[in-house]
Ligand binder design. Structure first.
Ligand SMILES: [Zn+2]
Length: 199
């Protein structure tokens, strides 16, 4: 019999993380795009990021039909958080920045994120932004295909901390850290690595 799950955080009820999920305000609007195959991943950090930010939204899909409307959200300028030759390092908003970013964040592995861009040419055309030097991932148990790669929630926190400094969004990581610690305790490190080592 499947365990009952919390409808909000999708964790088993006895491991519900909702009490740790903050409700942070940000100028930046964060749109997380998730491939359907990532929903059931044990560490769905995109969902935790969307729940913890008041100005954020999680979209699940492969082809996003309403993307042009989404990207035209009034009051924001869209940018894609993804590496690229012309990607700009995220810096703090200046006095001349009249519009904050509509930050589009592809979730999942690099391979899945690239596929998402391929299937949604409007994303491919967006200006790209990346994080500058950031602390190494605390997501130490999920093998990163590239050195310095972060989980989705860590990337969002890094982006918001850079853009909106001195505001700090580290509180967003609280449920993520509890999730990782809890999983290690529950399964034992070896089992965890075996089950979640693939990206
Ligand atoms: Zn919950």
């Amino acid at each position: 019999m499947p365990r009952l799950r919390c409808e909000r955080c999708q964790r088993p009820l006895d491991h519900c993380l909702c009490s740790l999920i903050p409700a942070l305000e940000s100028r930046t609007r964060v749109i997380l795009l998730q491939h359907p195959s990532e929903i059931s991943h044990a560490l769905n950090t995109a969902r935790l990021a969307a729940l913890g930010l008041n100005n954020a939204e999680l979209r699940v899909g492969e082809v996003f039909d309403d993307l042009s409307e989404l990207l035209a959200t009034p009051g924001y300028r869209p940018a894609l958080l993804f590496p690229g030759d012309d990607a700009q390092e995220l810096l703090a908003y200046g006095e001349t920045d009249d519009k904050p970013l509509l930050l589009i964040v592809p979730d999942g592995t690099w391979r899945k994120a690239r596929k998402l861009l391929y299937l949604n040419p409007l994303l491919e055309a967006l200006p790209r932004v990346t994080l500058g030097a950031v602390a190494p991932s605390r997501y130490r148990l999920r093998k990163a295909p590239q050195a310095g790669a972060l989980s989705t929630i860590e990337a969002v926190v890094g982006a918001l901390n850079a853009l909106e400094q001195p505001a700090c969004f580290d509180a967003l990581l609280a449920p993520f850290e509890a999730l990782i610690e809890g999983q290690i305790r529950a399964m034992g490190v070896e089992t965890f690595q075996r089950n979640h080592g693939e990206g």
